[in-house]
Design a binder for this molecule. Structure first.
Ligand code: SF4
Length: 496
């Protein structure tokens, strides 16, 4: 199917495509010039937006063979003060309501929040002086978000604010992410840089050498610019799939070159419980790791097999018990709702296990069928829960987290999530992961080292953001290291 678009000046097809696809998934879109033809066989979506800083007026009309479906709206002065963004937001909202009427579809609770981080908008509203009630009202009215989700993200943003110091007070602080792109096996749904050790073990030693060089070079530059590192995060991949000596060397380098007096958090993703030998756990604790992630994703044996995890429920229990004995201030556990073949009862059972293990953080992801995953090619073999079932599972996790005394502290959404849902991090109050908040809210520079690691360079003068990525492939990463270090040195000079 095709739809032709007549859009206001300065609003591109890319700016509205995701909202249209909520109702007409995958429809082919092309721009029309001039007035909307009345007798077109191809549906036409026409949008007009007029006005300026004092207020906007706009309407959308969807001309199809079934009729014409319109929506119009007037706005007052922009609550965020950004007229170009306001025009785009209004165009998206008009399209949302016109297509909702035309198709009769209910696209989930997030309204026009697709492809963006909902809490970033909430922070912008709070920055401009809106209180909780005003913020919730604006989210429902101007973004078509349902009240429950508007309350959720406003509560999360308010909880984050003390940890997200205004940039002006905090320009000398960054966080550092270190990406280790190896895993014991590749999970069915994985889209991360995760090279299975069985096939890529020969690259681990050269990769580690090069990563040590990157940590040293960037650490020296941070010191030169007198920058504090607030948090350090080893992710991937599975950092604890490295040999014990390699892991020890990298943690030692992070302590030597990256850790500063202001470092409040040091996380290691020990994602796969079968990699958490007592030796590796002691190495992590000895290096001052403050937060360890042990990620079962599900506590159902049959699901673990289906998703290719290569570990058992018993391994999770063993790893958590050993980690507790060794001593880490914060344990995080990740679970996924919507895994193939699972129902609400499976998620209830998983959360009952997790509750018994009493981690300080639980991160709940909703399954997203990513382009780079095996799952996309094998969907016919792996029936997935419906969006409604995924929403019921999500609700189970929310109740368990609340019942364990946890509060939601960060949230983000991705494309292709079941039920158009979200990922949420829960924590016992005071145990929130600072790195996760900084990474999602993008108000602090995060420097990514290692394969596939992304850097987010935030200009402290205006809050603008530049993303840069290291290559995912360990061989490319090794080959391009001098250039990658130079890019970072240049950017570090620019943000000071
Ligand atoms: S453990 Fe994580 S990074 Fe590794 S294969 Fe599974 S999903 Fe990918």
């Amino acid at each position: 199917m095709q739809v032709k678009l007549l859009l206001p000046d300065n609003i591109s097809v890319a700016a509205v495509q995701d909202v249209i696809w909520l109702f007409l998934p995958g429809v082919e879109l092309s721009l029309l010039a001039g007035a909307a033809p009345v007798d077109s066989k191809v549906p036409v979506l026409e949008v007009r937006v007029e006005g300026g800083p004092g207020g906007l007026y706009g309407w959308a009309a969807y001309h199809s063979t079934e009729g014409i479906f319109c929506h119009e709206r007037k706005t007052g002065p922009s609550p965020t003060g950004e007229v170009a963004n306001e025009r785009k937001r209004l165009a998206r909202l008009l399209i949302f309501f016109a297509l909702k009427e035309a198709t009769g579809k209910e696209p989930g609770p997030w309204g026009i929040f697709t492809g963006i981080r909902p809490t970033k908008i909430v922070h912008r509203l709070l920055d401009r002086g809106c209180n909780r009630e005003q913020t919730v009202e604006i989210l429902c009215r101007d973004y078509a978000v349902r009240a429950g989700k508007a309350e959720l993200i406003t509560g999360i943003a308010l909880r984050q604010r003390p940890l997200l110091l205004p940039l002006a007070n905090n320009p000398g602080q960054v966080s550092v992410y270190i990406g280790i792109p190896f895993c014991p096996t590749r999970c069915l749904y994985c889209s991360f840089p995760a090279y299975s050790l069985n096939r890529h073990r020969q690259w681990v030693a050269p990769f580690t050498e090069v990563l040590l060089a990157e940590i040293r070079a960037v650490g020296e530059e941070l010191c030169h610019h007198n920058l504090e590192v607030q948090s350090i995060y080893f992710g991937g991949g599975t950092p604890t799939s490295l040999a014990a000596e390699q892991l020890a060397e990298l943690l030692e380098a992070a302590n030597l070159y990256l850790r500063t007096a202001g470092t409040v958090e040091f996380t290691v993703e020990g994602g796969r419980p079968d990699t958490l030998s007592l030796e590796r756990l002691r190495i992590c604790a000895g290096a001052g790791v403050t937060r360890l992630s042990i990620n079962p994703q599900s506590m159902q044996e049959r699901t673990l097999k289906v998703i290719g995890r290569d570990h058992s429920v018993e391994d999770v229990y063993r790893a958590v018990e050993a980690a507790r004995n060794v001593g880490f201030p914060v344990l995080n556990m990740d679970v996924i709702v919507g895994l193939p073949g699972e129902g609400v009862a499976d998620v209830e059972s998983t959360m009952e296990h997790i509750k018994g293990l009493a981690p300080e953080n639980v991160t709940v992801h909703t399954l997203a069928v990513k382009r780079a995953s095996r799952l996309l090619d094998e969907l016919s073999n792996h029936p997935l829960p419906t969006g409604e079932e995924a929403a019921a599972m999500w609700e189970v996790t929310r109740k368990y987290a609340a019942g364990s005394g946890m509060v939601p502290y960060y949230l983000y959404r991705q494309k292709r999530m079941l039920g158009n849902l979200e990922n949420v991090g829960y924590a016992l109050p005071g145990r929130e992961c600072v790195y996760n908040i900084q990474m999602i809210e993008e108000r602090q520079t995060v420097i990514g080292l290692g394969a596939g690691a992304g850097s987010k360079w935030v200009n402290p003068r205006d809050g603008s953001l530049i993303n840069q990525y290291n290559p995912k492939d360990p061989q490319d990463y090794i080959r391009r290291l001098p250039e990658l270090i130079k890019r970072k040195i240049d950017k570090l000079a620019a943000i000071r």
